[in-house]
Every structure is written in C-alpha cells, then in structure tokens.
Design a binder for this molecule. Structure first.
Ligand code: ATP
Ligand code: MG
Length: 268
C-alpha cells in the first residue's frame, strides 16, 4: 500500500526577494513499511524535502500525500531525527524521551511513560545515563537519545536526516543495527525515509535508494536493493552482488559532481 506520495513537488526559498529553487519536480511513491534512503550532493535539497514531509514547510508547487491525504502540518504520525541533535538541554535524557511520549500519549500515567522511556534508553545502550543532561553526554550519545525518543513516540513514519553523520564508525554500525531492529520489530514495520551521504549505509539499510541531482534537486534514479533480510552485514559486504551495487551507486553519486568538475562549476 502506498504510504507517502509526492506529486511534482517543488520548493523555493526566498533569497533577498528572489526565489531560490531548492527542489524541483519531485515524484516519489513510498510503500507502507518501506525503508527508503535518499542520497545526493550537499545542498541538493534533502533536508528541504524532509521538512516538507514533516509538514514544517509546504511545497511551492505540487502536492504531498500521506495515506492519501494532503499534508497540512506536523503530526504525531511522523517522527523526526535531525542532522543535529535536537534535545532540550534543560531536560535529562529520560525527561527528553518522556516529553516526546507525552505528546502522543496524553492520558498515560507518569510511571508507565517513564517505563517506556527507560526501555528505549536501554535499547540504545543508555540505561545508565537516564539522569544525565545532554551537555553531559557525547554527541553520539545525544543522538542515541534523539533516536530513542523518536521510536518511543511510535510514529508510523520516521524521517531521518543524516542521523548517524556525526558518529564514529563503530557507534554508527551499532546504531544502524538498533535502527533496523526498531524498524522491523516483528509486528508492523514503520515507513522510513533516511537521508545519508554514506553509500554503504544506504545499501546496507534500504529497500530502495533515491539518488538526487545537484540543486535544484530532483530524483534522477531509483535503485532497488533486493538483498534478503535480515541482512548479514559481514557476509553481504564480502559478496560480489554487494560490490556490484556499491560500484553502481558510487558512479551514480559521483558522476553528477564529476560532470560539473569537467565544466566550469564545481559542486561539492
Ligand atoms: N532557510 C533557507 N533560506 C534560503 N536558502 C536555503 C535555506 N535552507 C536551505 N537553503 C538552500 O536550499 C538548498 C537546499 O538546502 P538543503 O539544506 O535542503 O540541502 P541538503 O541536500 O540537505 O544539503 P546537506 O547535504 O549539506 O545537508 C541549498 O542551496 C541551501 O543553500
Ligand atoms: Mg541536509
């Protein structure tokens, strides 16, 4: 079933009175429970696209539908994990998660909500840090709290903007696995839109990868990733199929930039 549909979506920022087109003519359909990654050069409009999906801004042209309804604003059906940690600095890790859960479970008692918060803190390996404030946590730990909060709110759709971009390689692998476990918890799969610069991350995690062109960004290719799940990371990375898809992605990702370097404009 189609969960999210973008029809000819364009968005332009206003820049000193002139329109600056960020994304243009985007057409995407995402199935319920699908894990879709978006990759593309810096500044091509990936974060802009997620803001539109979140309902934080609205298309300059075209339409975005969720469950067949036009998006009218933000909603608890969509959870967000941003590029930069977005915790409230005056709340502890647990309070941040409790606050998130309260937004969607208004009538649930304090004890139950705290129990859910602790459960998700445990899932991201931070049970012992429940009472620490964001400034007492490393960047990676803060991002784990943000991820725990997003999942604890149990949205149907997760919009993730380079959530692991600032993590070291080891933490990144751990959190990718946590994300996959939370995504497919054995009952219902969430629908995930995941922005990343990392080709391996996109290939390992996704059902489908959307490749965007430089600004004004549009989807230039959709690449299905058909490896069986659950994926055995080590076996997959060593396989010929993986190397083939990875090479294809590298050339799709960099061709755009290389063409520009060949011309007069360099986009990095
Ligand atoms: N608030 C804003 N006002 C004006 N222009 C903006 C604004 N936010 C983004 N832009 C411009 O829109 C374009 C797309 O920005 P966006 O942040 O969506 O890119 P991105 O693909 O997420 O980049 P990155 O990979 O670096 O995060 C860029 O050219 C950027 O300069
Ligand atoms: Mg961005």
């Amino acid at each position: 079933m189609t969960k999210i549909r973008l029809e000819n979506v364009s968005y332009a920022y206003e820049d000193r009175g002139a329109a600056l087109p960020a994304v243009e003519g985007i057409n995407i359909s995402v199935h319920e429970g699908e894990f879709v990654s978006i990759i593309g050069p810096s500044g091509c409009g990936k974060s802009t696209l997620l803001s539109l999906l979140a309902g934080l801004s609205f298309p300059s042209a075209g339409c975005i539908f969720i469950d067949g309804q036009v998006i009218k604003g933000t909603g608890p059906d969509r959870g967000l994990v941003f590029q930069h940690y977005s915790l409230f600095p005056w709340m502890t890790a647990r309070q941040n998660i409790v606050f998130g859960i309260r937004q969607v479970k208004k009538s649930t008692g304090k004890k139950t909500i705290e129990k859910i918060a602790d459960e998700y803190l445990g899932l991201v390996g931070l049970r012992d840090f429940a009472h620490k404030y964001p400034l007492q946590l490393s960047g990676g730990m803060q991002q784990r709290v943000a991820i725990a909060r997003a999942f604890a709110m149990n949205p149907r759709v997760l919009l993730m903007d380079e959530p692991f971009g600032a993590l070291d390689a080891k933490n990144r692998v751990v959190l990718q696995e946590v994300l996959l476990k939370l995504w497919d918890n054995g009952s219902e799969k969430k629908t995930v839109i995941f922005v990343t610069h990392d080709i391996d991350e996109a290939v390992l995690l996704s059902d489908r990868i959307m490749v965007m062109s430089a600004r004004p960004g549009t989807v230039v290719r959709e690449v299905p990733v058909e490896f069986a799940r659950p994926r055995d990371r080590a076996a997959l990375i060593g396989s010929e199929e993986y190397a083939g898809l990875r090479n294809k992605m590298v050339s799709l990702f960099y061709d755009d930039v290389l063409q520009k370097i060949g011309g007069s404009e360099v986009a990095l």
